[in-house]
Design a protein around this ligand. Structure first.
Ligand code: UD1
Ligand code: UDP
Length: 388
């Protein structure tokens, strides 16, 4: 038994670490759960739904938080917790400010760092911002890189990470879907649809804040055009800047803005959607395995697998582009059919088990078979993704 400290602070980190935490607990490791509290309501709701006991809550969130505030407060808090816990390994996920704080904490305390969802790259330091740099820095510090696919593995190998420390394990977002999606799910949002089809929207990225006028105008145009047949539902992020812009531009009568949904609710509503318009990272992983066409409201993606599979399309943030591509998808059955094909580039929902298998073998001192040699980037070429 080892002492494993899991650090998260935002909704997506929790969603994708939760299956790994459960697996570690089932294997009777000494699990310490640390929430930096970078998010509050959006995370507390999920913790309550899934009944996860948190050992430390650093309560770092403030309403107008700056990147530097979150990082500094989380770093100071994690320092004290790590002194007290003295873990054998720290786990972080993804690319948030909390991820970077957890990684630096592991470095300063000279504790091994395991990075879940490692190797995602756009190679553009301002897109997504600041996540691209957070995950590259975490990659520099991490000892064990749990990476979703061969594409992301190759990013790490090209950066010189030792092959024996890079493990392709799929994405634990898929593990999570097994806990959440069910056929008998009911919800007010679904009941109120009547015969209309659901267009699910989420928008929150920091680098998109100044583009929100364009993005929301496009969504409003689409809503008005399909008023008789479609309903737009937008579980809105709690960022006040996003809420302010939404209140100005999203005025069509068939747009429903609702509070953030719990993950069980969100996954089931995603499963009943017709199409998705989003700038979210996690939704780009979940939607392909549900066969939901996604128009990605960004210029780059670090998730080329869904684009290659045809489920995701990068449409940028321009009003005309978003309207044109959404109309094409809604009007042309052939285009819709091609994008709605089921694809699951992110594994079979056993990511948590694979991660803990590796950790158990590492902690027992067993050698781990090195993964195969890198595949040249050209073999993974995907339209619209920034290459190195
Ligand atoms: C953060 C992550 C981003 C991730 C997103 C998930 C960083 C740099 N960015 O961005 O990668 O995609 O979380 O949603 O770490 N707020 C609340 N209650 C909440 C959560 C947020 O009121 O429960 C409001 C606060 O006013 C806060 C603001 O949202 O100041 C922004 O939160 P923050 O965590 O700084 O950035 P996100 O845009 O959520
Ligand atoms: N999600 C949720 N409730 C919502 C919207 C999204 O639980 O109202 C989930 C979604 O299923 C995905 C994750 O939150 O797993 C994505 O989080 P977000 O878009 O905030 O962050 P990102 O993935 O872009 O970092």
């Amino acid at each position: 038994m080892r002492k494993l400290m899991f650090v998260f602070g935002t909704r997506p980190e929790f969603i994708k670490l939760y299956p790994v935490i459960l697996e570690a607990k089932e294997r009777r490791h000494d699990v310490v759960v640390v929430n930096t509290g970078q998010h509050r309501e959006m995370l507390d709701q999920l913790l309550a739904d899934l009944h996860l006991q948190v050992d430390y809550d650093l309560k770092v969130m403030t309403r107008q938080q700056r990147l530097s505030d979150v990082l500094a407060r989380a770093l100071v808090g994690l320092d004290k917790v790590t002194d007290e816990v003295n873990p054998d390994c720290i786990f972080v996920h993804g690319d948030t400010s909390t991820t970077l704080a957890g990684s630096l904490t592991a470095l300063y305390h000279q504790v091994p760092l395991a990075h879940v969802e490692a190797g995602l790259r756009t190679f553009n330091k301002y897109s997504p911002f600041p996540e691209e740099v957070n995950r590259q820095l975490t990659g520099v510090i991490a000892d064990y890189h749990f990476t979703p696919t061969s594409v992301t593995r190759d990013n790490l190998l090209r950066e010189g990470k030792p092959a024996e420390n890079v493990f392709v394990v799929g994405n634990s977002a898929i593990d999570m879907l097994r806990f959440t999606v069910r056929s008998d799910f009911e919800h007010d949002v679904l009941r109120q649809l009547g015969d209309k089809k659901l267009i699910l929207v989420t928008v929150h990225r920091r680098e998109n804040i100044r583009e929100l006028g364009e993005i929301f105008s496009a969504i409003n145009d689409v809503a008005l055009r399909y008023q008789a047949t479609h309903q737009v539902v937008y579980p809105i992020h709690m960022n006040p800047a996003v809420r302010h812009e939404a209140s100005i531009y999203l005025t069509a009568p068939n747009i429903r803005i609702i509070e953030p949904l719990g993950t069980i609710e969100f996954h089931n509503i995603l499963d009943r959607s017709h199409i998705v318009l989003t700038d979210s990272g996690g939704i780009q992983e979940e939607a392909p395995s549900m066969g939901k066409p996604v128009l990605v409201l960004r210029d780059t993606t670090e998730r080329p697998e869904g684009v290659a599979a045809g489920t995701l399309k990068l449409v940028g943030t321009g009003r005309k582009d978003i309207v044109r591509e959404t109309c094409r998808l809604l009007d042309d059955q052939e285009v819709y059919g091609q994008m709605a094909a089921l694809a699951n580039p992110y594994g079979d929902g056993t990511t948590a088990r694979q991660i803990m298998d590796v950790m158990d073998r590492l902690m027992a001192g067993d050698p781990i078979a090195a993964p195969s040699t890198p595949v040249p980037f050209s073999d993974h070429a995907v339209v619209g993704v920034s290459g190195p």
